[in-house]
Design a protein around this ligand. Structure first.
Ligand SMILES: [Zn+2]
Length: 186
C-alpha cells in the first residue's frame, strides 16, 4: 500500500510538472497555420545538443505577426530551399511564446553537423547588436531546463550557437555573448 501511495505521489508530481512551463505551452503547428510537412528523419533521442539561432527577420511582437513569420520561414525553407519543413525544431518571438517547428522528434535542418542529434531553437529577430527582451531570454532558459527534465535533452547536453558549427554570424553577437553565460554552454 505504502509503495502504491508513493507511486501515485510520484505520478501526480510528474503530471503536474508536465503540464506547466514553456515545454507544455508551445504554440502548435495547427495554431500558427503550418503547411503539412514532408517526411523528415527522426532525431536521436534524447538529443545531446541545443543549438541557438536567430532568424535575421524582423522581430514580432504580436501573435499574428509571429504566426506570419513562422509561415513565411516555413515557405522559404520548403519552397525556396526544398527542405522537408521549417528548419528549426522550436522558435520564440518577442511575444514570449515558444513555437513548435519540427518539434521534439524530427531531425531539423539548421546546423549541418548536429541536425540529427540536437534541438534547433530560433529567436525570431536579428540579435547582432540588441538582445531579445529579458522575459524571452528567461523563457528560453526555462525551455532548455524543461526539455532536459522531460528527457527530451540529455542531462549532459551541450548548449551552443550556430556559429560554432559553421561560418555564420548566427545567432548574432549580442545573443551569442548572452548564451555563453548560460549553464552548459561550451
Ligand atoms: Zn542559425
Amino acid at each position: 500500500m505504502k509503495i502504491i501511495v508513493s507511486l501515485l505521489v510520484v505520478l501526480f508530481v510528474v503530471a503536474v510538472n508536465g503540464q506547466t512551463g514553456p515545454c507544455a505551452n508551445v504554440r502548435t503547428r495547427a495554431a500558427w497555420g503550418a503547411r503539412a510537412a514532408n517526411p523528415a528523419w527522426l532525431s536521436t533521442q534524447p538529443p545531446t545538443h541545443f543549438v541557438v539561432h536567430h532568424t535575421v527577420t524582423a522581430t514580432c511582437t504580436t501573435t499574428a505577426a509571429c504566426d506570419a513569420t513562422m509561415r513565411s520561414m516555413q515557405n522559404g525553407h520548403m519552397t525556396g530551399n526544398g527542405w522537408a519543413d521549417i528548419g528549426y525544431n522550436f522558435c520564440i518571438g518577442n511575444t514570449n511564446i515558444v513555437y513548435e517547428g519540427r518539434g521534439w522528434n524530427r531531425s531539423g535542418a539548421h546546423s549541418p553537423s548536429f541536425n540529427t542529434r540536437s534541438i534547433g531553437f530560433c529567436f525570431i529577430g536579428n540579435f547582432m547588436t540588441v538582445l531579445p527582451p529579458q522575459n524571452v531570454l528567461n523563457t528560453a532558459q526555462a525551455f532548455i531546463i524543461c526539455a532536459r527534465d522531460w528527457g527530451r535533452l540529455t542531462t549532459t547536453y551541450r548548449l551552443m550557437g550556430h556559429r560554432q558549427d559553421v561560418a555564420t554570424a548566427c545567432p548574432g553577437d549580442a545573443l551569442f555573448n548572452q548564451i555563453r553565460t548560460w549553464p552548459r554552454w561550451s
